[in-house]
Design a protein around this ligand. Structure first.
Ligand SMILES: [Zn+2]
Length: 245
């Protein structure tokens, strides 16, 4: 069975190239969809692609930066006004419950206490693989702003393994995370700039032989990477691109 992965958003935090914040949508015939990350602009991006937000029952988060989890209040309020009844389950790193409550309280005061026709259930990663709706997810700590509790995810979904770096600088953890994966979606924020907490194209291209994944696609690219798209030898995501895994 093949998995269809849609890059709902492939941009960096600051909308480089006018792209949407990071969000991946997985679907397969007969399997519930799964969203990986839901950035601040993700509801707009989902609607632009005609993906019904109310069809998404499970959202897994890599870390607690706004361009990766800031879209949750809009996803929830949109469901409320669209008379959604499907439960929404969110799985994220430690502190997700606390930050999620704070996020809702700041953006839409009163929304957390409001009655909704669907439950919102928030849970957090443990150190072991977890079953989460249609998927089995293993979360690996990676290296990014520590306060965001950064993790990369290894997702078993509809018989395939999809690895996703979240935001991170190079760490050998990425080798384990993506070992034998059918697809590895890896952040590539910079072209050659070495900055803490993020990867750059030069480093990733040099490390490619160490990665045992079947296919590697880079995402979360800033303006500099997009401006040099012609030079990229690694496959790069675009907003709205659908790939079959
Ligand atoms: Zn981040």
């Amino acid at each position: 069975m093949s998995v269809r992965l849609t890059f709902v958003g492939s941009g960096d935090a600051f909308a480089g190239g006018g792209r949407f914040n990071t969000c991946l949508h997985l679907e397969a015939d007969g399997t519930e969809p799964l969203l990986l990350d839901c950035g601040a602009s993700s509801l707009i991006a989902l609607k632009r692609l005609s993906i019904d937000p109310a069809s998404i029952g499970h959202v897994a988060l890599t870390h607690l930066h706004g361009d990766h989890f800031g879209g949750l209040p809009w996803l929830i309020l949109d469901g409320q006004f669209a008379s959604r009844t499907k439960p929404l389950e969110i799985l994220g790193p430690p502190k997700t419950r606390e930050r999620f409550d704070q996020l809702l309280d700041v953006l839409y005061p009163g929304a957390r206490e409001a009655e909704r026709a669907f439950p919102t259930i928030v849970s957090e990663y443990t150190e072991r693989p977890q079953t989460f709706g249609p998927a089995r997810i293993t979360a690996y700590p990676v290296i990014h702003t520590p306060q965001t509790m950064p993790h990369g995810l290894r997702v078993e979904y509809a018989g395939k393994v999809i690895a996703y770096s979240g935001d991170t600088e190079w760490t050998d953890t990425l080798i384990e995370l993506s070992a034998k994966a059918d697809l590895f979606v890896c952040e590539c924020n910079f072209f050659d700039k070495k900055a803490p907490g993020h990867l750059d194209y030069e480093t990733l291209a040099a490390r490619r032989p160490q990665l045992e994944c079947e296919r590697l696609v880079i995402t979360h690219m800033n303006q500099d990477v997009l401006a040099r798209a012609d030079e990229l030898e690694l496959e790069a995501a675009t907003d709205g691109a659908v790939i079959s895994v």
